[in-house]
Design a protein around this ligand. Structure first.
Ligand code: PEP
Length: 686
């Protein structure tokens, strides 16, 4: 059963999860770009000239990108659901405030939410966050009820892989260049043509906004070129066009030492030009100095142009030359376009005939031995450096595979494909590892006369005789039946249970039946804590604890029921509810006493309603209950405890439910009233 509220939470989970993963990944592709964007936001408090400012922004960039991706991944996989949901609400609340600030104070033109891949204005960003914030709240509200691909025991593995995967991925993009280049200076771009095209677009836009001012009778009016007035108007002047919304993509204007812009010369040169880019030489890495110097020397001998391009001052350039022996000529350019062109400092950008044919971080420069071969390749007609390969991100790949396997397993479970395997794998496992028994117990409730009850037992006895049973069979019957059916069932595999017993040992309690009387009638079990007794007869934790103690003291095995009502399940509180029910009753027992109890998880919304928990839902909460038992009584007792499922269990769903590793059988109401319906449930254990 899945409620509309939970469906809403699932939809919200997918939407927020996907947005978080996409925005995290797009930013993680370019951690340096994300750090620059964070620097723009922090500009009022963080001066980029401070030596450690880039360290701060880079650290924040790693934390933000990885955090966003992990939140999304955890939400989609359904692991650490409550924590991830809480953090995503906090994240979207924070982002909403930042986007509000950005709309009012205008510190950035583009929010940077999706790196350089998708550009949103501050208003669009605010609207996006205002949509995602309530969605993330819907996820939080029902976080516990969300489906999951991995169990509590397994979840550490995808979590570790996701963390390692994203960190390795970001580190790779930081050391080398971004895996995918979303900026205008990507390899393959013909910079000369792109700049010319941009210029003509800008000209056209300016022309379109140019106005001609005319005057008549003291009134001045602006006219477009297509709509000029008649000769009764007098021309006054041209009002130049402007386009404040247009942002130029290319700002490639390197200047030589005399202050002459030399972009034209560089872009029209049919030969090869190597540009070694660094916004500031004082902050550039000295990691590949030998390779750079070798590149320069050999470029000269092959007739290529080679320039350093920087925004550094003359002193910084001199210090770099002194430190590295650099003798290549320097061109001056603003730091911002240099950072747009390349994300590693220093980085190499190669032009041939105005086209960008290669871009490399200093860590990827050819070695001294490879330089000649590399430079020859640059000359080959049509050569463009190949894009970096995704296969290098092995861990990311491994994580992706694990995720796919998780999905496959999830759907296989949905399609019952794993049923066969589970029968083969889990049953021997259960028997080997624990003493717990498979049990099918009936609960007649207030049904059947004495004659009908005895007839049922006779019929069931006959049906079971000679059959190899794979579970224990118990019949829960009204007090009036107990003595007769217990003696009838003697010598058969059928055990008899009472449906209740008093919370007092003996005395003046008219109409009550004590545990001792139940035992004396031949019953060995007693059903306690059933939701109907809790709801209609006000049996609370204190009464139930007393009943359990008396049952145990009289040698009876309690079949103790726990489970949540519909509203609690819809609110995602079912884990909490069963925990509280156990804590308030059975958890006061000693380990030895508890070892004698059978548990029955019975979601109240499924009892007698025809609604059944899915096998995945049952397994999930049974595993949770067992986990609680492990915490309270240790692994052995938890493993030995039989936990039955109850709630509209019948012949058609029993096999799937019982195939779950933590479902050890069923407590059956309606379907235990006729042998015809009850027998196939017992046989589900075959
Ligand atoms: C019950 O009353 O314990 C029960 C599980 O009932 P039903 O099987 O009819 O839902």
């Amino acid at each position: 059963m899945i409620s509309p509220r939970l469906i809403l939470a699932e939809i919200a989970r997918v939407l927020t999860g996907v947005v978080l993963i996409v925005s995290g990944l797009l930013k993680a592709i370019d951690p340096v770009g994300s750090a620059l964007k964070i620097g723009e936001y922090l500009a009022p408090v963080l001066d980029e000239r401070w030596a450690w400012s880039s360290l701060i922004t880079l650290t924040l960039s790693f934390v933000l990108c990885a955090g966003e991706f992990l939140l999304g991944a955890f939400l989609l996989m359904g692991i650490y659901r409550r924590l991830s949901a809480r953090l995503s609400v906090a994240f979207f609340a924070g982002m909403t405030l930042i986007s509000l600030y950005s709309l009012l104070a205008d510190p950035v033109s583009d929010c940077g939410c999706f790196g350089d891949a998708i550009h949103l204005t501050p208003l669009e960003t605010l609207l996006k966050n205002l949509l995602l914030l309530p969605l993330s709240y819907l996820v939080l509200r029902d976080a516990r009820g969300l489906r999951h691909l991995y169990s509590r025991r397994e979840r550490w593995l995808p979590a570790v892989l996701a963390v390692v995967g994203i960190v390795v991925f970001m580190e790779r993009n930081y050391r080398h260049l971004p895996l995918v280049d979303f900026r205008p200076y990507r390899v393959g771009t013909n910079l000369g043509e792109a700049i010319a095209e941009e210029d003509s677009t800008l000209q056209a836009r300016l022309l379109a906004s140019t106005r001609y001012l005319y005057e008549r009778g003291g009134v001045t009016k602006a006219f477009t070129p297509e709509n000029l007035p008649d000769s009764s108007w007098h021309f006054v002047r041209v009002q130049d066009g402007e386009d404040a919304t247009y942002r130029a993509k290319y700002d490639f204007a390197p200047m030589d030492s005399l202050g002459n812009v030399c972009s034209e010369a560089l872009l029209t040169d049919p030969g090869v030009t190597l540009l070694l880019l660094a916004p500031h030489w004082s902050r550039a890495s000295e990691g590949s100095i030998d390779e750079i110097n070798e590149l320069y020397t050999q470029s000269l001998s092959m007739g290529y142009r080679f320039y350093g391009v920087t925004a550094s001052s003359a002193e910084e350039i001199a210090a770099w030359r002194y430190l590295t022996g650099a003798s290549y000529p320097m061109l001056h350019m603003d730091a911002t376009p240099i950072r747009t062109m390349i994300r590693a400092y220093p980085g190499l950008l190669v032009l041939r005939g105005g086209q960008i044919i290669d871009k490399r971080s200093y860590v990827d420069l050819p070695t001294v031995e490879e330089v000649t071969h590399y430079l020859h390749r640059l000359r080959e007609p049509g050569y463009i450096a190949p894009a970096p390969s995704l296969a290098r991100s092995y861990l990311l790949l491994a994580w992706g595979i694990l995720l796919i396997l998780g999905f496959l397993r999830f759907w296989a479970r949905k399609l019952h494909l794993t049923l066969y395997l589970k029968k083969r794998i889990h049953y021997p496992y259960k028997r080997k590892r624990s003493m717990r028994k498979n049990i099918v117990a009936g609960n007649w409730k207030m049904n059947k006369t004495l004659q009908e009850g005895t007839a049922f037992i006779s019929e069931l006895k006959t049906a079971l005789s000679g059959k190899a049973l794979h579970c224990e069979v118990i019949i829960g019957a009204p007090f009036i039946h107990l003595a007769s059916i217990a003696s009838l069932a003697e010598g058969s595999p059928i055990g008899i249970a009472a449906e209740n017993c008093a919370d007092k040992a003996e005395g003046a309690y008219t109409g009550e039946v004590s545990a001792a009387m139940v035992a004396s009638a031949g019953a060995r079990y007693v059903i306690l804590g059933h939701s109907e007794r809790r709801a209609y007869y006000g049996e609370d934790n204190a009464i139930l604890t007393e009943k359990v103690r008396l049952a145990l003291a009289n040698g009876l095995t309690p079949i103790f029921c726990i489970g949540e009502v519909k509203e609690e399940r819809e609110a995602g509180k079912h884990f909490q509810v069963v925990e509280e029910q156990l804590a308030g009753t059975l958890f006061s027992l000693s380990p030895e006493e508890f070892g004698k109890v059978i548990l029955a998880y019975e979601p109240v919304w499924a009892i007698g309603t025809g609604l059944t928990a899915t096998s995945a839902q049952a397994q999930e909460i049974h595993a949770h209950i067992r986990h609680l038992l492990v915490k309270k009584y240790g692994e052995q007792i938890a493993n030995d405890c039989s936990i039955l499922y109850g709630g509209s269990c019948n012949a058609s769903n029993a096999a799937e439910l019982f195939a779950q590793p933590d479902v050890d059988g069923g407590l059956i109401g309606g379907a235990s009233l006729s042998v015809e319906k009850f027998l196939p449930i017992i046989e589900a254990f075959h």
